[in-house]
Design a protein around this ligand. Sequence first.
Ligand code: ATP
Ligand code: MG
Ligand code: FE
Length: 348
Amino acid sequence: ATVLAIETSCDETAVAIVKNRQVLSSIISSQIAVHQPYGGVVPEVASRRHLEIVNEAIAQALEQADLDWTAIDGIAATCAPGLVGALMVGLTAAKTLSMVHQKPFLGIHHLEGHIYASYLSEPTLNPPFLCLLVSGGHTSLIYVKQGGQYDVLGQTRDDAAGEAFDKVARLLNLSYPGGPIIDRLAQQGNPQAFPLPEGKISLPGGGYHPYDSSFSGLKTAVWRLVQQLQETSPDLPVNDLAASFQATVAKALTKRAIACALDYGLDTIAVGGGVAANSGLRDRLQTAANSHNLRVLFPPLKFCTDNAAMIACVAADRLEQGYTSPLSLGVQSRMPVTEVMNLYNRMG
Ligand code: ATP
Ligand code: MG
Ligand code: FE
């Protein structure tokens, strides 16, 4: 199926056309510059900006794919989770287009999109596999049983991995979003310069949770280190701090993902979300996977962070299976990925 999808859950206005797992066009208009002065995303500003440019992005996606509406089998939009006002813009646009052009409508879960991003570079990938989902709001190990069926085996107890990158960047006086900047600085730093604590979740019977993670202690440790270093010199060793922090996160995530894949007998780890772009994580996880004979897949960099191609990829899959969403579907700021099948009805 050929699907046009709209993604407006946060600060990217994105529209893409995907034919099954093949990307025919992908438009991503980032609002980073709009929100940068505030040091984070301002929800009201995000909604207004989506509204201003969504129609143009839709036109561009059709033009880039060199298609008109007759070639489109379904129209989809992200409906949860995310900023309510922002989601509303994309979802309303998709519903309207679905009525005007008489095409099936599908509401898609944003995290299922991040899980599906690996299909865009590896179309032959099939469940079961393990997804390490590391984004701005989530850090989860997800057992992908089949399309639409997920078990969450591990998650963060506090900050998400991407959130930790953004918060540590702020401590280091770097701009928003911090992940890509820390990644760049870390490449010039020594990852062993500062030993930092990997957050662990204690279990009542002793020992540690094998798959859950915690990043708020690590963030506090970086903060203390920064205070301490500033007492002796105003010039922070930013590269070494970035490298040490990034290595600690990469190590924690790698350890959990490998343990989980081995415990559940899964031979493939597909990584998704913005932090899947991180070079330190990519290197460490690839090396560990090789030594355990596991396959690790990373989406192309532009499909790690928010995009509509991953949303269209999910929608194409659902449509092929005979599912659509009712036009009465609304947006939801939160929704577990285990409940995605509630978004659909069976056609016919
Ligand atoms: P969610 O998907 O959980 O709703 P989100 O959509 O805001 O959250 P994504 O777009 O998947 O998150 O990812 C954005 C996050 O990824 C930001 O926190 C950003 O700092 C981080 N990120 C992007 N590139 C890198 C990188 N190279 N290294 C580390 N982090 C990165
Ligand atoms: Mg974003
Ligand atoms: Fe996302």
